[in-house]
Each structure stands twice: as C-alpha cells, then as structure tokens.
Design a protein around this ligand. Structure first.
Ligand SMILES: [Zn+2]
Length: 274
C-alpha cells in the first residue's frame, strides 16, 4: 500500500519514499477481526507491481493457507517506476511480481498495459476491472486507498485512480446494463462481490491476524522485488519494514501482527458455484 512508485523515479532524493511503519494506528477502538474463514476467491486489484506487498500479501498468505484462491490484477507493469528505461523496467518488475506471488501461493497474475504513472480515471479501466471480476468471480475484492493523504503519507496518483476505479468497477461488474458488451460479446454475466477491502486507509474497520507464517511469507513477497528495492536509496529491509508495520497494526488490533482494512460488505454470502 505504501508503494513509493514514481516519487523516486522523478527524484531519487524525494522524501515521497515515506515508509513509516506506523500506519496511523494510534487509536482504532472499533477494529473487528475480519470474518475470513469462508473467503473462497479473492481478487487483489492494484496499480503497480509491489502494491500488494506492503502488508496485504501477509493477509493473502493467510487466506491461501485457509484454502482460498487468490488472484492479482495489476493495471500497469510499473514500467515508469525505476531509473532504467520502461522497456527494461516493465519485464523486470513483472518477473519480480511473479516471484512475489509465488512467495504467498498466488498462481493467477494478470498485468494489464495501462500506462504507469499516468493512469487516468475512465471507463476503459472500469471495464477492464469489471471484466476481471466477472471472469474470476471473487467473493472478495481488495484494493488500495484512494485518499490523497492516507495515514502513511501523500498518496500516489495511480493509486488514487486505481482505488476509485475498483470501487466503481465492483459495481459495474454486478450491473448488466453497464458494459453490456461483456455479456453479449464475451459471455461474461454479471457478478456480485460480497466484500470490498481497502488497505492503507485512515479509518480501518477490520484486522487480519498475520502472526507467524503469513508474516514470514509476506516478508518474502516484498523481498522478491529485489532489483526494484535495491534501486531505492534508503528503503528499509523488507523484514524490518513489513514486521514493523504489521506489529504497529497488531498493537491496534490486540494481536502480535496484523494487517488493517476498511471493509464493506456489499452483498450476502455467495460462492462461485452458487
Ligand atoms: Zn504503487
């Protein structure tokens, strides 16, 4: 959630690499454990490679261990996120994302070719998201905060666009009169998501306990972005960063290590076979 994309590509000394592991966990008295025992299919939709790996992937590891199938949809390849040319950075980062997925047991990775750094809110992205939801038929969609000032710093432009497009794409996926061509031309009927989870927000509602193996797998998933992280001056070691942020969240949740989400229950329980 705390992906430093672009900020350091434009200015390596930019304090936009704001990797405070405090996550604004000062007081969240209403935090509830995420009722994730029956999560069956989870689709994480983010802007860039590494966006899932700042905490959320620990929760992914837990869900996979519980038997859920998890897929990632990245809107861009993150090709503008390094000091090397995009045609080199894109494939490199895609490969590192593949390794990050392997670390937490995610087989299904799709990377779209929207332009990194210049995502624009629009129907094309919403349609792509609705298509992915109708194809994968998740009961849970996870995305990143669209706030301008989330608790960890100034948000990045693509993250804001991605989050808003996901909110609307979730609704589009369940509306047969929006993007009707998805059904008519591609054979994809509408699909309603039960849960929408957003990471890195100012006002989380739920926590996922990631103590133990999920935390370790999550750390490994961030470490998989090795070339990317090595090119960011001053980036903390993945084990320090992920352990720190989940420990801070855990303090707010009353467990050793946690990941926090704002969760909306949009519909009744439903499985892909229902
Ligand atoms: Zn990012």
């Amino acid at each position: 959630m705390n992906c430093p994309d672009q900020t350091r590509a434009n200015d390596r000394a930019d304090p936009g690499l704001d990797v405070r592991p405090d996550l604004g966990t000062d007081v969240h008295p209403g935090l509830s454990p995420m009722p994730d025992d029956d999560f069956r299919r989870v689709l994480c939709i983010v802007a860039h490679p590494d966006d899932v790996e700042y905490g959320t992937s620990c929760a992914v590891a837990r869900w996979v261990a519980q038997g859920a199938e998890v897929a990632y949809l990245l809107l861009t390849a993150g090709e503008a996120g390094m000091q090397i040319p995009p045609w080199q950075a894109g494939p490199l980062r895609a490969g590192e994302q593949r390794a990050a997925c392997d670390a937490v047991g995610v087989k299904d990775l799709t990377i779209l070719d929207h332009p990194d750094g210049t995502l624009v809110y629009g129907l094309d992205i919403r349609r792509d998201i609705a298509r992915a939801i109708r194809q994968f038929r998740p009961d849970v969609v996870v995305t990143t905060a669209w706030e301008v000032e989330p608790p960890w710093g100034l948000n990045q432009a693509d993250h804001r666009v991605a989050g808003l497009c996901v909110v609307d794409g979730v609704r589009d996926a369940d509306n047969p009169w929006v993007f009707p061509e998805l059904a008519h031309d591609e054979g994809l009927p509408k699909w309603g998501v039960r849960w929408l989870l957003v990471s890195g927000v100012s006002s989380p509602t739920h926590f996922v306990d990631v103590t133990g193996e999920p935390l370790q797998r999550g750390i490994a998933s961030l470490a998989a972005h090795s070339a990317y992280l090595a090119a960011i001056p001053g980036h903390p070691a993945p084990e320090d960063f992920v352990a720190g942020l989940t420990r801070a969240a855990g303090q707010a949740a009353g467990v050793s290590n946690a990941v926090l989400f704002r969760a909306w229950e949009l519909g009744p329980p439903r499985t892909p076979d229902a």
